[in-house]
Design a binder for this molecule. Structure first.
Ligand code: SF4
Ligand code: SF4
Length: 359
């Protein structure tokens, strides 16, 4: 079943062990390169190995032969499907975010032509409906003809191997964008960006950070110059434009940046990638703690899930807090919301958008 992947490993792996040294998942479950091969040959000997990879792609970046162990595990997950516990929670979550509790497509009521669609994704809205509303209002003012689409890209389906449902979910988003009359989607979550590029699409895809970096920003709410470090989400690996734009926004907000050793293309996962909390919660928690401890100053990131994973261990902000949240200083230590609270934010934003722009 993994003939191609195993053939590549046999031919190209030089047994340098760099992947075992740098990847927390491999380090925690394997002692040698050969034991990884044995596990892949056994098609993931147990659910722990098969479902503990965060799909972060770090292995490909550090491997001298650009081998990606995570892609091999993803292929096995696609063959075996999600764990029952993953399926149960993801089904429930998808049912909510794709229903009228959250999903919404609204054109810009002040413009006759729809040029682009802002797609904040579900996690950022769960983190702060207020940040998303302010971001959208700013976009609409500076770039007339911007619609907003609330929904989900289906990335969680992809990560646990349910590729058919993942594609269907992402296809539906593309169809909604086209129905609104646009050919460009502006995403806030690096996972959404990754999800929309996995299959061929006729959409221009940009991140909100690149767009904000190009337009005039609102007057910055700043409590004085600080020094932050940047946690690049693993789905922003190899996305130079998004990585640069996030840093430019921090600088434009008047702050300094002190880079971590593992940043940009070498970034490490916050512990939530690959849906691993369902299969290996201790590893997920260890990864979040380890990543946060690599930061010597407070962290700024540009993924709401990463923000929530790192915040219990180190004060952490979403970069949009620095631009649109006048109380960002207090937000640094805000605990992650419970799932029920996130759902309240999602429904509240939908109601506010309908009231303000629904006509
Ligand atoms: S980093 Fe690449 S070459 Fe080195 S042991 Fe891992 S798979 Fe083999
Ligand atoms: S994708 Fe990430 S977690 Fe998975 S093997 Fe590669 S480095 Fe490790």
């Amino acid at each position: 079943m993994l003939e191609k992947e195993l053939k590549e490993i046999y031919e190209l792996c030089v047994n340098c062990r760099l992947c075992l040294k740098e990847c927390e998942f491999l380090k925690s479950l394997f002692e040698t390169r050969d034991s990884i091969i044995v596990d892949l040959e056994a098609e993931g000997a147990n659910n722990k190995t098969l479902y503990s990879c965060t799909m972060c792609d770090l292995c490909e970046t550090i491997c001298p032969s650009e081998l990606n162990i995570g892609r091999a595990y993803l292929k096995l997950r696609q063959q075996k499907g999600p764990l029952p516990v993953q399926k149960k929670f993801i089904d429930k979550d998808q049912e909510w975010v794709l229903s009228d509790n959250f999903a919404l497509a609204l054109p810009d009521p002040d413009s006759s032509e729809c040029q682009r669609v802002f797609f904040p994704g579900c996690h950022l809205v769960g983190y702060s409906a207020d940040l998303v509303m302010k971001t959208y209002e700013h976009l609409k003012a500076k770039l007339p003809g911007t619609a907003i689409l609330l929904g989900c890209c289906g990335a969680s389906r992809r990560e646990c191997g349910d590729d058919a449902l993942f594609k269907e979910t992402a296809d539906n988003v593309e169809a909604e964008v086209k129905k609104l009359g646009a050919s460009e989607i502006i995403v806030a979550c690096p996972n959404c960006r990754y999800a929309f590029t996995e299959h061929e699409r006729s959409l221009k895809i940009r991140s909100i950070y690149e767009v904000l970096d190009e337009i005039e920003l609102p007057e910055m709410a700043s409590n004085g110059e600080r020094t932050f470090t940047v946690h690049d989400p693993c789905r922003a690996r190899w996305q130079d434009e998004m990585q640069d734009a996030a840093r430019n926004l921090i600088s434009k907000a008047g702050h300094k940046i002190e880079e971590m050793r593992y940043s940009r293309d070498l970034t490490m996962c916050c512990g939530l990638g690959g849906q691993i909390p369902y299969a290996n919660a201790p590893l997920s928690k260890t990864m979040a703690k380890l990543r946060a401890e690599q930061a010597e100053v407070d962290i700024v990131t540009y993924c709401a899930s990463c923000r929530d994973a790192l915040a219990p261990h180190k004060p952490t902000l979403h970069v949009l807090d620095l631009i649109f949240n006048p109380d960002w200083d207090e937000a640094r230590t805000k605990p992650a919301e419970k799932p029920s609270e996130k759902r309240e934010h999602q429904s509240a934003l939908r109601a506010q958008l309908l009231e303000k722009f629904g006509g």
